[in-house]
Design a protein around this ligand. Structure first.
Ligand SMILES: [Zn+2]
Length: 480
């Protein structure tokens, strides 16, 4: 998503999440109230202080103690909420983005600029094959992505996935204990286009050239570890990569096509079942102005958004099919042959056809056909959702994928986002709005007024209600 939309998003995001989670009314008001002076007093009393633990961090304070992460709001800690990208402050402590993919770096691989499609510093904003629509999805893969792939199959549609290596606390995409690698492999084998959205979703304009290099090369290595090749197409996070910072030149020197869009669905703004109608209206309105024979479209959406996967995408597929458009990849809508979409790493023998373990282990269980799951049936690839709840039903909600989710019968939300860890990182008063601001801030600049993330004084084992857990998991899903 782009930088412009990034700013000033929190109130709208909060409204969307509160509505989606059914938290309107007094309970919502209760969880957003925060007494800042009380928090600060508790910091002083906290036992960590007496042990030399640094509670705060950031540009005017400095780094956390060794091994601790600096949250976007400037608190030190070691929970997923402190350490997850893109919010974690990389210059002031440990972050999950500091991890490196295994295997040799891709830096020595030649990067000839083949084909007719422009490379950086040029920016591609539109397709050029009339009658085509390139649906693109940023920030994934995520727990909805399998269902999106199945939906695209039903319409014989191809799409492009701008993949982030480690964001939203989902872990590394090439970690075979997580479901992402097998999803990316499926995308690739089905003919979708796998493209880069950088390693940890930093704002490329605001970081150094060396940091940009790491953002590009680490994602290349991770994708290479999964499918044996890495992309020549990328989309900068927040659509932010300018000339002045040298970012666009850097992308060109790494041999990338820099891809933006000409139809923004604004799905991230409309992330609830009612509001998503506005994204449908945007799509319909844009298409209605043009003849199919004269026009093509490059559409941006996000497969980390539930409504995008389960609501908006099918609307778009129906509409473009009815109008006579073809849903193709970005490479196809630019007439770029598939062999130009990737660079091969010949040092790596593994490729997408290797029998690497899938996670979670589904064994040879048959796919659930009636929505039940457990010892005998898996939810993976079922029509009811990819996760198996503790009550043995398939679905895709936090009740299915979160606490109690059965990992042997489907996908589960990252174990680090269970109640326990959320409780550990949050504890008492919870400021949901600050959390959302922090999630959308760059280096935490927008969330100085309070923090859902990171005050260790507030973390000591207070259980959260399920409603709050639901709200928080919902908030975590509201990424860019
Ligand atoms: Zn993004």
């Amino acid at each position: 998503m782009h930088l412009q939309a990034l700013l000033g998003l929190s109130s709208l995001a909060l409204a969307a999440i509160v509505s989606a989670c059914g938290l309107e009314g007094s309970e919502h008001h209760h969880i957003t109230i925060r007494d800042r002076s009380r928090d600060e007093n508790e910091i002083q009393d906290d036992k960590f202080v007496t042990r030399g633990f640094k509670p705060r961090c950031g540009p005017e304070i400095g780094k956390c103690s060794d091994g601790y992460c600096c949250s976007s709001a400037g608190f030190c800690g070691d929970t997923q909420e402190h350490c997850k990208s893109p919010d974690c402050l990389m210059d002031y402590g440990r972050c999950d983005a500091h991890k490196r993919p295994k295997g040799p770096p891709t830096s020595t691989i030649p990067r000839p600029k083949i084909g007719n499609v422009l490379y950086g510093p040029s920016i591609i904003r539109s397709c050029n094959v009339p009658g085509t629509v390139a649906l693109t999805y940023d920030d994934g893969p995520y727990k909805y992505t399998q269902d999106l792939l199945d939906l695209l199959d039903r319409y014989d549609a191809k799409a492009t996935f701008f993949i982030t290596g480690v964001n939203n606390g989902k872990g590394q995409i090439d970690d075979l204990n997580l479901p992402w690698a097998s999803l990316i492999k499926d995308m690739y084998l089905k003919g979708h286009q796998v493209a880069s959205h950088t390693w940890s979703h930093q704002n490329l304009t605001r970081i150094t050239s060396d940091q940009r290099r790491e953002q590009i090369l680490r994602n290349e290595a991770a994708i290479r570890n999964i499918i044996g090749v890495f992309p020549t197409y990328m989309r900068p996070p927040f659509s932010s990569c300018d000339i002045a910072s040298n970012c666009l030149d850097d992308m060109g020197s790494f041999g990338y096509h820099v891809v933006l869009y000409d139809l923004d669905t604004q799905d991230y703004r409309n992330a609830n079942p009612e509001a998503i109608q506005q994204s449908k209206d945007i799509f319909d309105r844009e298409l209605s102005y043009w003849k199919v024979s004269e026009k093509s479209w490059l559409v941006i959406g996000h497969d980390i958004q539930e409504q995008t996967v389960y609501n908006l995408t099918e609307h778009m597929l129906r509409r473009l099919t009815d109008d006579g458009y073809r849903a193709v990849t970005v490479g196809d809508c630019l007439s770029d042959p598939r062999e130009n979409w990737y660079r091969k790493d010949n040092r790596i023998i593994s490729g997408p056809n290797d029998k690497t373990p899938k996670a979670p282990p589904a064994g040879n269980k048959p796919v659930s056909t009636d929505g039940t799951c457990g010892a005998n049936h898996t939810c993976i690839k079922s029509n009811f959702g990819p996760c198996c709840s503790s009550h043995h039903f398939c679905g895709n909600s936090t009740q299915h994928c979160g606490v109690g989710c059965l990992p042997d019968a489907g996908y589960c939300f990252s174990p680090n986002t269970t109640t326990l860890n959320i409780t550990d990182s949050l504890g008492g008063a919870v400021n949901t709005e600050s959390k959302i601001s922090a999630a959308h801030s760059i280096y935490g600049a927008t969330s100085k007024a309070g923090s859902l993330v990171g005050n260790p004084a507030l973390t000591l084992g207070r259980p959260l209600s399920m409603a709050i857990v639901t709200a928080l998991v919902g908030a975590m899903l509201f990424e860019l």
